[in-house]
Every structure is written in structure tokens, then in C-alpha cells.
Write a protein that binds this ligand. Structure first.
Ligand code: WT7
Length: 706
């Protein structure tokens, strides 16, 4: 297991060059007006929504979201903020998430497709699961969880699965019984899954034998034993594993099952076929799931989301921002292993009786037009994706979309800023100038979108995420807590003034850290129990234009957003340090044309050890083992020494400047200033390299002093 470096409070991040600071800036553009045809059918067209959701009407405005759900017991208080910044939404209410996603739709939509699964191999036809069928599958699996695996309400379960229809079935079965699920992205390593199982104290793991990715069957089950060993080494015994088979009855993995621990779902589920279990009525504030995400420390933290508040926010934003109707075919290309997939593949669309598409594979298999073929065949009319995918497809097949009869009405993006050139291609070529483009900014912590345009009401502006979503009141603070006014062309830290139902409840097992990480920075009175005193600090740099649109610049902490996925530099550094030859490691973000940012690794070696390609490869492998291929670095640079301050702190800012060919700035305070030119030559080559300054507005952004 990787050693965890000591925790550093946010204020001491003085040696980093963050994502936000290497952000590229583009010109403000004029807005685009949504098409009348879109407006004519949209769920949210009443401009009075702005007034209804003004701060004056907070928190009661969020009743509108709560009322989109079916409650077993209606709530007594919309928001209980008496223990701010720990909030209870729809307090006193009771409901069940799986009931809201399935049972309540059966009378009207039982025979309508709930989930359409598209396997990666093109020879396999898509498979549709109706709401009736989803109901049957979720019920039998819930019974398996309860009566075979011995799970009960409040227990945690770790789910390490690929993108298959069995994943939402598993999640909804947990939700039916009030079992808290922790879905781990299928591409994460066994170690990463095991650490999450340990942190969440899961004694049951649910996985799948294999899945297709990029034309190959991946032997996913190979991760399982490592996951269980890792969990055990951290004090958590996994005593039961439920294994879905990609092809029921057929073996797709070479890993032998561990007798007494590993069980095949399609065998074990037989006694429960066609049996029904009543949904457990859960308090609104009962946790629905944990979603681990990278933060400033070495260990990912478990973001805990509630049942009532989260579901209300998922339903409300899916209805108003994604514009999902029961008649739509909606496709979000994210992975369910991330928060986007939880909210906008599973819980939001299903709460609205929508049809949600799940695609197993990569967007470029077997070619860069695969997504358009799927969309055309299934009649997808709402398409939700990430800028990184758009950039990649544009690069590979710029005219591809023109050859398809796809008709999108709303195309939403998430994960990173979408720069105007990419935006325009998406709008004109993919959307054929007819679809609304909706850029949504949010985070694992926020449960649902936070900044976005309301697609039928607000003009779209390439490069801007838009104003706060209904009921979300954003503000930009400088380092000293002064508000940066809109239109001042200065960047700062984006915060939300008020709580909202989708906001995570706490960090699993660490409420103090929750408070410290997100609320202490701009709190003026630690004893206050008034929500107004606890602005939510998002950890992103942003600018607000005069019209109230927010442009997101990127993370201001040790987090790197790689192709819309969040990785902690400290986590990657810990992985590097598992290589015995490595003495020190520093990971910095580097700009990438397609993936936004990539981690670049600098290591120094222990005395007497010579640099070699073999050591570089070892470092890459260590990262893949500890985290997963997703964290693979752009380069591993073995340097003779790290640039350090006199107190011995590695100046990552200098390394990041070199990697991004930016000016290194003042290095006079370094203990070893000569090393900088040496590293620069090594990385940039011998010639004199043109360096560029950070964007001017960003220059004075953040108080950086050593
Ligand atoms: C970080 C959150 C929940 C969305 C998936 C990622 C960046 C997210 C945007 C956007 C610019 C964005 C931020 C944020 N981000 N959406 N539309 N424009 N940046 O969730 O893994 O929790 O990452 O992704 O930096 O803090 P996540």
C-alpha cells in the first residue's frame, strides 16, 4: 500500500502551480439563442424561475424539486440548517430511491425502455430493459443482497463494475434496501478498489468477470483478489463477493473463484427469481451512496450523499437542465463509476421515467463515428458528454457527424471547460446548429449541476459555464475573502453562498475534514449556525462576467483534471514512492490538446542509483497498479535533484512552469537555484525555448508566497 503523505491544510499550498493558473484564456463571445423548436417543448420555459429561486425565497424554493419525488411521508421542514454547515434537506420526510426510479413509473411506463445497453462489439445488438423488467431484476437482486449476502439497511457495499446494465440494477437493489453503495470506477485498480472498500467498511464486494474495451475482453476479475487483500491489510475483511458474468453461464475470466467467498450472481440469484421485496422507507437524510474523490491529501475521501436531498436535486436538474421527458432517449457517455453517471445516467433520468443509454466501450471503437451510429440507431435526442471526447472525435473525424441522421435537441457537456473552437464544432457539426449546447459545471461534492445555462431560457456562450443553476447563488472571493465583482476581469475562488439539496452531507467518517475542506476558508464566525456564514468553497478558480456568467479556469489545489476525471497529485506521488529506487516525487499538471490536462511526473533517485528507462517504466507501472491506467503520466522525468526552498519543500510551481514552457518566475528563494536551468534543458531541450507568461488576468491570482 502507498504511504500517505501528511495532510496539508489548503492555505499552505504555496509551492504549486495549479490548473487554474496554467489555464488558457479565450475571448468572450456573443451568446447564441436556443431554437424555438427546442423552447416549444422544453420543461423549463418560465422566466419567473429566477425570481422563484432568488435568495429571498431560499430555502423554500427547493420544494419544487422535492415535489418531483414520491414521498412515503412528506417532510416537515424543507431545510434544517441548525447544525450548519451540516444540513438536512426535507427533514422528517421518508422515501425510497428505487421506488422513485422504478415502482412509481410501472402503471404508466411499465413497457417503456428504462435502460438500453449497448455492448462494445458492434455485432451484439443493443438490449433494452423495460421498467417492468428493471423492476424484476432489481427485486431479485435486492433479495439476493438481503437473504444470500446477509446485508441490511445502513451496511456499505463496494461495487467495482464496468458499464453494463447490471450496474444500475445493483445500485438500485442496494437503494431498495437502504444499503449504501460505493461504486468504484471500473478502470481503477484492485488496490484502489480495496482501499475504498476498507474506508467504507464494506464486507461485500460486487464485481463482474470481464468486459469489452477497445476491442478486447478485459479480465476484470483479476483485480478482485488484490482488492480483497488490500482491504484486509487495512483491517476490512471481505467475506462475500458477488460476481456478475458478462455472458451469464460463460466464463470470461481466467481467475479461479475463491470457494466460500466468490459467488456467481446468475447461480445465486435463482431462488429469488420472480420474487418481490418491498422498498425500505428511508429517512430523507439517510445516506444513499458514497462516491470517493481525490482531494488534497493522499487518500481519496468518501463524499456522502443523502437520499431525499440528492434525489430531489438529481430529478430537478435532470428535468430542467438535461430537459429529460419520458419520451426522450437520453445518452450520457460518462462512466457510472463517477458522480456524473450516478446523477445523470442512473438516478436523475430514471426518477423522471426517462430512457437512459449505457454504452460499454470507448468512443473510438471501432472508429471515431461509433457514437453517431449508436445515437442514430437508438434515436438519441439528448446527448451528454465531456469536452475531451468531443476534442478527440473532432480530431479523428471532423466531418463524421455530417453523415448521420442524428437529431439532438440538447447537448450537454461536463467535466472541463469547453473552449470555443471545440464548442463551435459541437454546436455546428454535431448539433447541426439545431441543438442547445449546455455546459454544466459541478463536482462530486455538489451532487448535481451548479453553474449552467437553463437551455430554453438563457443564451449559450461558448467558453462559459453560465450563471448559477436555479437556487444556486455563486460568488467569487479573492484570497482575503473580498468579493470580486462581476465584469472586473479578475479571477478568484468560486464559492456558493447557500446550501442546496444536492450538496454532499459529509465526508464518510470525517466530518471535521468536511468542514475544514469546504467551509472554513470563508467562514467568519466558527460558532455560527446560520448558513449565510458558511459559503461552500469549491476549489476552482473562476471569473464572472458582467452578465453573471461564470468561466471556470480549473482547480486551485493539488487536483488534476485528466479528461474530466479528477486525480490527486499526492495520490500519484504516493504511488511513485512505492518504487524502491525513487527518493522523491513531484507531480504537476501539463496542458494537453485532447485530454485537457495530464499528470507529469518528476522523480529523483536514491543515492548511487543511475537513471534508466527501466526505472521510468517502473514508475509508470506503480501508478497503474496503485491507481489505474487513467493516471498514466505524460512523461516520467528523472532529475538529479528537485528545486527546493530553504526549508526543503519541493517547488512544484517551478516544475509545472518548465513542463508547460511558462516563465519560471522568481527562483531566488530556492536553496538550489542552479538546478532549475538544468531541469529546463533536460525537459525542453538544449535550444533557447520560447516561454509564455501565464494569462495576465491570472497572474495575481491566489496569494502565492513561500
Ligand atoms: C472538477 C470536479 C461532476 C462533473 C464531473 C467531474 C472540473 C467540472 C466543469 C465545467 C470547467 C469543470 C472542475 C471541478 N469541472 N465540470 N463544465 N467546466 N470545469 O466531477 O471529478 O468531482 O471534478 O471538474 O475543476 O472542480 P469531479
Amino acid at each position: 500500500m502507498a504511504p500517505s503523505p501528511p495532510e496539508t491544510p489548503a492555505k499552505e499550498h504555496t509551492s504549486e502551480l495549479t490548473e487554474a493558473e496554467i489555464a488558457v484564456h479565450w475571448k468572450e463571445e456573443e451568446g447564441f439563442i436556443p431554437q424555438p423548436k427546442f423552447i416549444g417543448q422544453a420543461n423549463l420555459t418560465d422566466p419567473a424561475v429566477n425570481e422563484r429561486f432568488s435568495l429571498e425565497h431560499f430555502p423554500e424554493c427547493f420544494r419544487e424539486f422535492g415535489d418531483m419525488l414520491t414521498w412515503d411521508k412528506y417532510w416537515t421542514q424543507t431545510l434544517d440548517s441548525s447544525n450548519a454547515p451540516f444540513y438536512q434537506w426535507f427533514a422528517g420526510g421518508k422515501l425510497n430511491a428505487s421506488y422513485n426510479c422504478i415502482d412509481r413509473h410501472l402503471a404508466q411506463y411499465g413497457n417503456k425502455a428504462a435502460v438500453i445497453f449497448v455492448g462494445e462489439p458492434e455485432g451484439e445488438d443493443p438490449v433494452a430493459l423495460t421498467y417492468n423488467e428493471l423492476y424484476a431484476r432489481v427485486n431479485e437482486f435486492a433479495l439476493l443482497l438481503r437473504d444470500f449476502a446477509g446485508l441490511k439497511t445502513g451496511d456499505r457495499v463496494t461495487i467495482h463494475m464496468p458499464m453494463v446494465a447490471e450496474l444500475p440494477i445493483t445500485m438500485l437493489a442496494c437503494a431498495r434496501l437502504g444499503i449504501i453503495h460505493t461504486v468504484v470506477f471500473g478502470g481503477f485498480s484492485g488496490e484502489a478498489a480495496g482501499r475504498r472498500a476498507a474506508d467504507s467498511q464494506s464486507r461485500v464486494v460486487i464485481t463482474m468477470d470481464g468486459y469489452y474495451r477497445n476491442g478486447k475482453m478485459i479480465d476484470h476479475l483479476q483485480n478482485l483478489d488484490v482488492a480483497c487483500e488490500t482491504a484486509k491489510s487495512e483491517g476490512q475483511v471481505v467475506d462475500k463477493v458477488l460476481i456478475w458474468q458478462r455472458y451469464p453461464g460463460k466464463v470470461s475470466s481466467a481467475k479461479p473463484l475463491v470457494p466460500g467467498r466468490d459467488f456467481l450472481v446468475n447461480e445465486a440469484v435463482k431462488p429469488f427469481k420472480n420474487k418481490i421485496v418491498a422498498p425500505v422507507s428511508m429517512p430523507s437524510e439517510a445516506p444513499l451512496f458514497l462516491m470517493y474523490t481525490s482531494g488534497t491529501t493522499g487518500r481519496p475521501k468518501g463524499c456522502q450523499h443523502s437520499t431525499g436531498g440528492y434525489m430531489a436535486y438529481a430529478a430537478g436538474t435532470s428535468k430542467w437542465i438535461q430537459d429529460i421527458h419520458p419520451t426522450d432517449v437520453y445518452w450520457c457517455t460518462a462512466d457510472i463509476g463517477w458522480i456524473t453517471g450516478h446523477t445523470y445516467i442512473v438516478y436523475g433520468p430514471l426518477a423522471l421515467a426517462g430512457t437512459t443509454v449505457i454504452y460499454e466501450g470507448v468512443p473510438t471503437f471501432p472508429d471515431a463515428n461509433r457514437l453517431w451510429r449508436i445515437a442514430e440507431r437508438l434515436g438519441v435526442n439528448i446527448f451528454h458528454t465531456a469536452p475531451t471526447a468531443i476534442r478527440q472525435l473532432r480530431k479523428l473525424a471532423p466531418d463524421g457527424p455530417k453523415n448521420f441522421r442524428t437529431v439532438f435537441k440538447n447537448m450537454t457537456t461536463v467535466g472541463e471547460p469547453i473552449e470555443p473552437t471545440t464548442w463551435h464544432w459541437f454546436y455546428e457539426t454535431v448539433g447541426k446548429g439545431k441543438a442547445a449546447v449546455t455546459d454544466t459545471w459541478w463536482q462530486t461534492e455538489t451532487g448535481g449541476v451548479v453553474c449552467t445555462t437553463k437551455p430554453a431560457l438563457d443564451k449559450m456562450k461558448p467558453g462559459s459555464a453560465g450563471p448559477g443553476a436555479p437556487g444556486i447563488h455563486c460568488v467569487i472571493f479573492d484570497e482575503n475573502g473580498n468579493e470580486i465583482p462581476p465584469g472586473s476581469n479578475r479571477a478568484g475562488n468560486i464559492c456558493v453562498r447557500n446550501p442546496w439539496p444536492g450538496l454532499m452531507q459529509t465526508i464518510w467518517g470525517d466530518p471535521e475534514k468536511f468542514k475544514r475542506q469546504y467551509f472554513v476558508k470563508y467562514n467568519k464566525n466558527p460558532n455560527s449556525k446560520d448558513w449565510r456564514d458558511w459559503p461552500y468553497f469549491a476549489g476552482d478558480g473562476a471569473m464572472e462576467s458582467a452578465d453573471g456568467y461564470f468561466r471556470i479556469l480549473g482547480r486551485i489545489d493539488d487536483v488534476i483534471n485528466v479528461a474530466g476525471h479528477r486525480l490527486g497529485t499526492k495520490e500519484i506521488e504516493s504511488a511513485c514512492l512505492t518504487v524502491p529506487e525513487v527518493a522523491e516525487a513531484a507531480v504537476v499538471p501539463i496542458m494537453d490538446e485532447v485530454r485537457g490536462r495530464l499528470p507529469e511526473v518528476y522523480v529523483s533517485l536514491k543515492p548511487g542509483i543511475q537513471p534508466s528507462k527501466a526505472i521510468e517504466d517502473k514508475v509508470v507501472r506503480a501508478i497503474e497498479t496503485e491507481i489505474g491506467k487513467i493516471a498514466r503520466p505524460s512523461a516520467v522525468r528523472i532529475v538529479p535533484d528537485m528545486p527546493k526552498t530553504r526549508s526543503g519543500k519541493i517547488m512544484r510551481r517551478v516544475l509545472a512552469s518548465i513542463s508547460n514552457t511558462m516563465e519560471v518566475g522568481d527562483i531566488t528563494t530556492l536553496a538550489n537555484p542552479d538546478i532549475v536551468e538544468q531541469i529546463r534543458l533536460q525537459v525542453q531541450g538544449t535550444g533557447k525555448v520560447q516561454t509564455k507568461a501565464a494569462a495576465p488576468e491570472i497572474k495575481d491570482f491566489g496569494a502565492k508566497s513561500e
